[in-house]
Design a protein around this ligand. Structure first.
Ligand code: ASP
Length: 308
């Protein structure tokens, strides 16, 4: 069988087994399983890595448990401002959007930016206008309303506080979803989508839509999707750093991922994790937080779904 591989994540953070009810745990695991299945089945039937990554991310975006698409957190102005990026490793094509509202699946809009525009990154109103032109599916504000997310925001709205889902002081918030895939033609792809941080101001943008920071794919090395304290992941150019260590220093996927997450990003104060797959189908999913919602399936059909 040709080597196909898929890994997905639903965010990293202070996710403690002691604070998770059995019912919630089951829901998270089911959400991950579902997204994994959608992406993997596509790869199995000979589909492309980019399509598989997009399908898996769309499934997570449609699940209100995860901080992306439907489950996006509230910004300081009470809206949802979402970021997403998709990249393929053969020609290094990429598309991304940031600060968009009302788009059902921001990752689909990012894909349209990649395929149908001459640009890489479109922002807020302009990106929405492009989405309209492309007939990208939109939803009214109440589609994105979630009581849990509203309460998260309600506790801190009007203050200067923002809530990054990865601070060690919190127990119940984590965000961002992503997928990385290797298809039967040997092509790699990565996709990441997020609602960012609760109560974010000034049109803050995180690492997720930034090529090389939160998302990167290169057939020479690997595909990477990150989750964590975005400001640090931007400064650490995390996704590209993993690829660089493999390309320039001959690190294995595992070595490169461990070095970046457990050493380099930690040194500058960054919390979080990433998922990565290399051209041989190896998968790595390191994190330096208590947990990361994650799942993977390799070419042998070995499936792995974990939280802590
Ligand atoms: N990295 C995302 C951001 O900073 C957040 C996350 O992964 O939870 O926007």
């Amino acid at each position: 069988m040709k080597k196909i591989s898929l890994a997905i994540h639903g965010g990293a953070g202070t996710i403690l087994k002691s604070e998770m009810s059995d019912t919630m745990e089951k829901k998270y695991l089911a959400g991950l399983k579902d997204a994994l299945k959608q992406g993997y089945n596509h790869l199995k039937s000979g589909g492309s890595a980019i399509e598989a990554a997009q399908l898996a991310v769309c499934s997570l975006e449609d699940n209100s448990l995860f901080n992306a698409g439907k489950g996006s957190v509230f910004s300081s102005n009470g809206t949802h401002q979402m970021d997403a990026c998709i990249m393929e490793g053969e020609k290094l094509n990429a598309g991304a959007v940031c600060g968009v509202s009302g788009i059902k699946n921001p990752i689909t809009l990012a894909r349209l930016v990649m395929d149908k525009s001459e640009h890489v990154l479109l922002s807020s109103k302009g990106a929405e206008e492009f989405g309209k032109l492309m007939k990208c599916k939109t939803e009214p504000a109440d589609y994105f309303y979630d009581e849990f997310r509203f309460k998260q925001w309600d506790r801190i709205k009007g203050s200067d506080q923002f809530q990054l889902d990865h601070s060690s002081k919190k127990s119940d918030k984590f965000g961002t979803v992503g997928a990385v895939a290797l298809d039967s033609n040997g092509n790699l792809a990565a996709a990441t989508s997020t609602g960012g941080m609760t109560n974010k101001k000034y049109d803050r943008i995180g690492d997720s839509p930034i090529v090389g920071a939160g998302t990167y794919a290169n057939n020479k090395t690997c595909a990477v999707s990150c989750t964590g304290s975005g400001e640090y992941f931007i400064r650490g150019v995390v996704a590209y750093d993993v690829s660089c260590l493999m390309e320039m220093k001959n690190y294995s996927l595992q070595q490169a991922c461990e070095e970046v997450i457990q050493n380099r990003i930690k040194k500058i104060g960054g919390d979080g994790g990433l998922i990565a797959v290399d051209k041989k189908g190896n998968i790595s999913m390191p994190f330096n937080t208590e947990g990361m919602y994650r799942a993977s399936k390799d070419y042998l059909g070995n499936e792995n779904i974990e939280i802590y």
